[in-house]
Each structure stands twice: as structure tokens, then as C-alpha cells.
Design a protein around this ligand. Structure first.
Ligand code: URA
Ligand code: SF4
Length: 219
């Protein structure tokens, strides 16, 4: 049979969602998602991690190389930096539900043995994967959503979202018909990408300062 590809605007995770929305059911179902082409090259689905009673939900962009191999979000270098920043801001990483806008790793690889280089997901891929994030929000019902970087912001708040304009302030926005409190900040990977030590230190301190606003909001 000839293989035909779904047009990009037909990408969606929707048909893969389970009837009953619980975290274990969602995680099982997401493991078989083929809602967009990203599942083809990635090792596995990296679903969110944490407790359904978590008060805060952290949303990143997509799994990276380490996350793709280990099947857990934020376990690589960006995750280590994030954990450090959370603790410094007075937030216990163990009290947070951590997830991503997109659940499969998107990368380019020039040759099979070469390092896999992260590629930003397209808006359509983020939209396709959106039902998983919406379901996580519906189950966890966090008091506060921490938006880590532009992709998470665009996935949750639309394509006009800009981190620079939104960061560090408590926002209230309607998401999937419910009012949500949000705090946006930079993606921890952007701290790792800083050009020199001075820039890295300033970027890290900016991240911690924003996370402190989240910590205060949670009380
Ligand atoms: N970057 C992300 O946005 N998410 C991860 O899980 C790891 C790195
Ligand atoms: Fe499904 Fe999201 Fe993976 Fe695409 S990236 S296949 S929508 S889980």
C-alpha cells in the first residue's frame, strides 16, 4: 500500500487520548502516540513527571537528548540547572509536576554516529501535541504554571507570546476555558547557551529572580 502522509494541519494527538483522564492512563496512551511525525525518529515518548497533587506545573519545550534516552523530562544539563535554580528560589523540585509542550525529541543528525542536535518544534507540532498538555493541566490542576521559554509560552498562550515581555510577572490567562495563573521565565537551556561566564551568571540570576516570584505566589 502506498504510504500517504497526513497534511501538517491534520497532525493531532487527539485520537490517542484515553477515555479516563488519569496520569497513569495518559502516560500509557502517550507512549503509543503517532499524532505527528516526531514519534518516528525519537526513542520514546517523554511524558510529564510528578504528582497529580503538585501545586506547580513547569512546562518546557520538548525533551532533549538525555530525556529521549531516559524517558523522563528535564534529566539532562538543562534539568540540572533548573533544579538548582528552583531550590535557590525556594521551590522544591519534588513538589512540582514537570512536563513539556511537545513529548517527543526533535533533532537533526548529519550522520548516524554524530551528536543529535535539538531542533525547535514547529507551531503545528506543538498544536498537535497540545491535547496531552491540556489533559495534564486538567488532571493536576496546578495553582501556578511556570512557563519555561518561548515555545511553552506559544503552546499555552498563542504564537504572539514573547518571553521578554511577559517574564517575571504573575499573569492570569484563560487556557482551555479555565482561568490559570502563570509565571513566565527564560528556558534553562538559554542560560547554558550564554556566551561567557558573566552573561551566564546574569541569565541564571534572572531565572532565579523570576522563580522567586513563583515561590512567593505559592506562599
Ligand atoms: N529542555 C526542555 O524543554 N525539556 C526537557 O525536558 C529537557 C530540556
Ligand atoms: Fe504525539 Fe506529541 Fe509525539 Fe507528536 S510529539 S507523536 S503529538 S506525543
Amino acid at each position: 500500500m502506498p504510504t500517504t502522509r497526513a497534511p501538517e494541519d491534520a497532525y493531532t494527538a487527539e485520537p490517542f487520548l484515553p477515555e479516563r483522564l488519569t496520569l497513569p492512563a495518559l502516560r500509557r496512551a502517550a507512549a503509543t502516540c503517532r499524532g505527528c511525525p516526531l514519534h518516528r525518529d525519537a526513542t520514546q515518548t517523554v511524558f510529564g513527571a510528578g504528582d497529580k497533587d503538585a501545586r506547580v506545573m513547569l512546562v518546557g519545550e520538548q525533551p532533549g537528548d538525555q530525556e529521549d534516552r531516559q524517558g523522563k523530562p528535564f534529566v539532562g544539563p538543562a534539568g540540572k540547572l533548573l533544579d538548582r535554580a528552583l531550590e535557590e528560589a525556594g521551590l522544591d523540585p519534588a513538589d512540582a509536576y514537570v512536563t513539556n509542550a511537545v513529548k517527543h525529541f526533535k533533532f537533526t543528525q548529519a550522520e548516524p554516529r554524530k551528536r543529535r542536535i535539538h531542533k525547535a518544534p514547529s507551531l503545528r507540532e506543538m498544536t498537535a501535541c497540545g491535547p496531552w498538555l491540556a489533559a495534564e493541566l486538567a488532571v493536576v490542576e496546578p495553582e501556578l504554571i511556570v512557563v519555561l521559554g518561548a515555545s511553552a509560552g506559544k503552546a499555552l498562550l498563542g504564537s504572539s507570546f514573547r518571553v521578554g515581555e511577559a517574564r517575571g510577572a504573575l499573569l492570569e490567562r484563560e487556557i482551555h476555558g479555565r482561568p490559570e495563573k502563570l509565571l513566565a521565565t527564560v528556558h534553562p537551556s538559554s542560560v547554558l547557551r550564554a556566551r561567557d561566564d558573566k552573561e551566564r551568571k546574569a541569565a541564571y540570576e534572572g531565572l532565579v529572580a523570576d522563580l522567586k516570584v513563583a515561590a512567593e505566589a505559592l506562599g
